[in-house]
Design a protein around this ligand. Structure first.
Ligand code: ARG
Length: 471
């Protein structure tokens, strides 16, 4: 750092000398919080208009400040001004310093009845609100993509798994709709979180409130906040909303990573259920034949990173005495990283799913293998009057015979069935087909293709409502 250059701070008066050693470099948050400049300026303009309306500063002073802030905004937007961490310790200092450069001493009136402590939370709440809206939009788009694939494969059979062992036939559409449910809940969570984010902290000032007749409702309205923080001490020290937003991100990442893991499995030669578009796969520097599902693997890997961001915040807040402590400055790096990572993963997985090529023949073949309709055979016996437990045991014996003969359920002759249980009739062969198994699960939430069609329609209706809530 250039030691001849003196930083412009907002608090020099009581100090005999400037920051020493690497203290400015150590304490500056500018490289991280520079991206809050829009929110910072919007918050300052709303605060300033309120000060004038309440007669705390003169209208022409407020006009000069607001116009000056708009000029600063334009210059930052255009790239004419860039963050200089040797000059400013945070975005709030930078904006105020730049304003003062433009309009002179009157700029100093902006900070009346305000502290950086309520200012930084106001900025962060505005940013977080925008981030949740944009994640919400991505969640809607992703559900739309999943719905398109699910509709194309409403009747495509595949094995459903438990313990990663073939269990019962399902349709690929039904499997994808399971993810639609998860992302719909993530969307709902993002909106619930947004409601708690959308509260105005300004007016709390440093911690105790301000000795001016502020109109906090006016500022809230100007900034689109739905409510005003009820307690000034809570307003400046609370970061629950950051933790909640990272929790929203974390659950999105849990769901994305599960899907990503399945995509990795499905693209392997052992499964061969799907093929990734070349745009979302990479090759090997040594093995010319390789096509690797890196898009999905990275998504899975990045989940841990977002959980780390959540834990960083939980640990930051735990045991912290009221009210503002400089520790809180560490909140932004984690929040930004968590949101950016989640947004990037949603974007990539949206591309992965949207361009996935499905090998329906291979899925169907697997759906019928591994005795996936054994439960259907037991249910057939129940219909013939056997208690389910007994039926289960009978089918177990039949499976063992098949395993010894290395054949499937459909390959046994009727006489062989009847040798195990005389209640079995010719119609048993209809009960143990994949199609029969699927069609039989004809209840709400089930995998019968007709039910998948109605689940698709219901999911589309919900998505339409959710998307409308965003605009
Ligand atoms: N850069 C600080 C932060 O992010 C802004 C608030 C500073 N307040 C203070 N009292 N030093 O938390």
């Amino acid at each position: 750092m250039d030691s001849t250059k003196k930083p412009t701070t907002l608090w020099g008066g009581r100090f005999a000398k400037a920051l020493g050693g690497d203290m400015l470099a150590f304490s500056t948050s500018l490289p991280v919080d520079w991206r809050l400049y829009r929110e910072d300026i919007a918050g300052s303009q709303a605060h300033c208009r309120m000060l004038a309306k309440q007669g705390i500063i003169a209208q022409d002073e407020a006009d000069a400040i607001c116009a000056g802030l708009s000029a600063v905004l334009e210059e930052i937007d255009s790239g004419a001004i860039t963050p200089d961490a040797e000059r400013w310790e945070d975005v709030h200092s930078a904006v105020e310093d730049l304003l003062q450069e433009r309009i002179g001493a009157v700029a100093g009136k902006l900070h009346t009845a305000r502290s950086r402590n309520d200012q930084v939370v106001a900025d962060l709440r505005l940013w977080c609100r925008g981030a949740l809206d944009s994640l919400g939009l991505q969640l809607c788009r992703f559900q739309e993509t999943l719905l398109v694939q699910a509709a194309a494969h409403a009747a495509t059979s595949m094995p459903g798994y438990t313990h990663l062992q073939r269990a019962q036939p399902v349709t690929f559409g039904h499997h994808l709709l399971a993810y639609v449910e998860m992302f719909a809940r993530d969307f709902a969570r993002s909106r619930e979180c947004r409601a708690r984010v959308n509260v105005l902290p300004l007016g709390a000032a440093a911690l105790a409130g301000a000795p001016y007749p502020l109109d906090r409702d006016f500022v809230a309205q100007e900034l689109g906040f739905a409510a005003v923080a009820a307690n000034s001490m809570d307003a400046v020290s609370d970061r629950d909303f950051v933790i909640e937003a990272l929790h929203v991100c974390s659950l999105i990442m849990v769901h994305l990573s599960r899907l990503a893991s399945e995509v990795v499995l499905w693209t392997s030669a052992e499964f061969g259920f799907v093929e990734l578009d070349d745009a979302y796969a990479t090759g090997s520097s040594i093995m010319p034949q390789k096509k690797n599902p890196d898009s999905a693997e990275l998504t899975r890997g990045k989940a841990g990173r977002v959980f780390g961001d959540l834990f960083a915040l939980l640990t930051l807040m735990e045991g912290l005495p009221l009210t503002y402590n400089r520790d809180l400055q560490e909140d932004k790096a984690a929040l930004f990283d968590g949101v950016d990572t989640t947004a990037a993963c949603l974007d990539i997985m949206n591309g992965v799913v949207g361009t996935l090529r499905v090998n329906a023949a291979r899925m169907a073949e697997a759906a019928g293998g591994g005795f996936t309709t054994a439960t259907d055979l037991a249910d057939y016996l129940v219909r013939q009057g056997l208690p389910f437990r007994e039926a289960h045991a009978v089918v177990g014996r039949i499976v063992r015979i098949c395993l010894e003969r290395n054949c499937g359920l459909a390959d046994l002759a009727l006489a062989e069935y009847q040798a195990v249980c005389d209640r079995i009739k010719e119609d048993v062969f209809d009960a143990i087909t994949v199609e029969g198994s699927l069609a039989a699960r004809d209840l709400s939430g089930g995998t019968a293709p007709d039910r998948v069609e109605s689940a698709l329609a219901a999911a589309r209706r919900r998505l339409k409502q959710d998307s409308a809530a965003l605009s």
